[in-house]
Design a binder for this molecule. Structure first.
Ligand code: ATP
Ligand code: MG
Length: 434
């Protein structure tokens, strides 16, 4: 049978030697969102297609062109989630989480699926960290989630990521704006791409989000939503800006940001960088006060953001952010003979119970091959155990980088003091304990 060796186009593997970078990043996201009172929600990878059609919006690129939709054997149409908000909103409604107190606050890590043209920073399976907040229309909530996104970016040590904000108003002020947009784009009808032509009547704001160079060029001079905001939306936007100013968060107002979902209202924002090429938006979010109603619930103003994990990791890589790798093997015990294997089990067990990484041979290789492996995995210390060592009750522990040997008594217990050795190599009685 032919070997199946190729992953699907637009998907990526995270290999064991790389996963610490993801874990480090995820831990910071978990930590920071916890401080703001967000708790993790986990929802299924697939949902009824209808949920995304309504929750993401019929006129979006995602729903029109990018979804992985299929019929199940039972004849249902299901879709692999293209984003995290719709599933979270569905779960909030289904479990009536609003009864547990408002606002409902949830964070998530999800894999997402979109049939897009794969390129650097644009995949068909990608990953997002995001947060969702339901049941508040206050501008301070908008500012607070922006602060959370900023604090994650800061704790990751990233620089040159700029916050751009905008308000896209509410259905009231948007009616006027849509009219103005339609009039403007009608003048360029023959130049707009087919998709944008179809958007002209249904949702002309989507044209502002088109990635085609011609459409985005035309969109540059289109009327600006900020000139059409109703009083309430204007006040809301001003209040968000005041909160951000008070928190010392730097931003620029960019009236061309409209975001990818249909149900965004009022505040929208993006964190953008130009250090990883064209796909420079690492985080996008805002308010979607109409979403819950669109999904059949009562009016419940909501907001959130999502960060693209792959893009963030690309920025970290590009900016040379040092990520600590805690997965270094502390002790490798090489063995010769059956008795030594048993002793090695005892020693590695004791070291592990101190919370450190210990390995021994599980293949049955010769000493040379075992030491080569210890070197390969970057073991900090190694020890060779054979009949001689067992008879004498002593073995040498070798510092793999300096080559220094320290004789240790095998009859003593290997415990927590082992940890000290890492900070004080001179005092390497070390692996042993009282
Ligand atoms: P873009 O304008 O880049 O297509 P979007 O508006 O479709 O982004 P959202 O749906 O808001 O993106 O998703 C939030 C974040 O998820 C984006 O800011 C980006 O970092 C990431 N993201 C979106 N699509 C992809 C993809 N195909 N591959 C990798 N990351 C993605
Ligand atoms: Mg997109």
């Amino acid at each position: 049978m032919a070997l199946i060796t190729k992953k699907i186009k637009g998907t990526e593997d995270v290999l064991p030697k790389e996963s610490y970078k993801w874990q480090f990043t995820e831990q910071i996201m978990r930590d920071e969102s916890r401080k703001f009172g967000f708790k993790e929600i986990r929802t299924p990878v697939f949902e009824h297609t209808e949920l995304f059609a309504r929750g993401v919006g019929q006129t979006t690129d995602v729903v029109q062109k990018e979804m992985y939709t299929f019929d199940t054997k039972g004849g249902e149409s299901v879709t692999l989630r293209p984003e995290g908000t719709a599933g979270a909103a569905r779960a909030v409604l289904e479990h009536a989480l609003e009864n547990e107190g408002l606002p409902v606050k949830a964070s998530y890590f999800v894999s997402c699926y979109r049939y897009e043209k794969p390129q650097a920073g644009r995949l068909r399976e990608f990953h997002q960290f995001g947060i969702e907040e339901y049941g508040t229309s206050a501008p301070v909530a908008d500012a607070e989630i922006i602060c959370l996104a900023q604090s994650i970016i800061d704790r990751l040590g990233l620089s040159d990521i700029n916050l751009e904000i905008n308000s896209i108003g509410c259905p009231t002020c948007r009616a006027e704006y849509h009219k103005a947009l339609r009039e403007y784009f009608e003048g360029y009808k023959s130049e707009l791409c087919d998709t944008c032509n179809s958007r002209l009547n249904k949702n002309p704001m989507r044209i502002l989000d088109c990635k085609s160079p011609i459409c985005s060029q035309i969109a540059k001079d289109a009327p600006k939503i900020t000139d059409y905001l109703c009083n309430e939306c204007k006040e809301h936007f001003d209040a968000v800006k005041s909160c951000l100013d008070a928190a010392g968060i730097k931003y620029t107002v960019n009236p061309t940001i409209v975001r990818g979902l249909d149900y965004y209202t009022k505040t929208v924002f993006e964190f953008v960088t130009d250090c990883i090429g064209a796909q420079g938006t690492v985080c996008g979010g805002g308010r979607y006060d109409g979403l819950i109603e669109e999904l059949g619930g009562k009016h419940m103003p909501s907001l959130g953001f999502a960060m693209g994990m792959e893009r963030l990791l690309m920025v970290m890589d590009k900016q040379g952010i040092e990520i600590p790798d805690f997965d270094e093997c502390a002790l490798y015990v090489a063995t010769m003979g059956e008795k030594a294997k048993l002793k090695a089990f005892e020693i590695t067990g004791a070291v592990r119970s101190c919370g450190m990484i210990a390995e021994t041979d599980v293949i049955g290789r010769g000493l040379r091959a075992q030491m080569k492996y210890a070197d390969k995995i970057g073991a900090k210390y190694s020890m060779v155990l054979g009949d001689n060592e067992l008879e004498q009750g002593y073995a040498n522990i070798k510092n793999m980088s300096t080559g220094k040997l320290t004789k240790v008594n095998l009859d003593r217990r290997f415990t927590a003091e082992f940890i000290e050795m890492h900070t004080d190599d001179e005092n390497s009685g070390v692996f042993l304990c009282r």
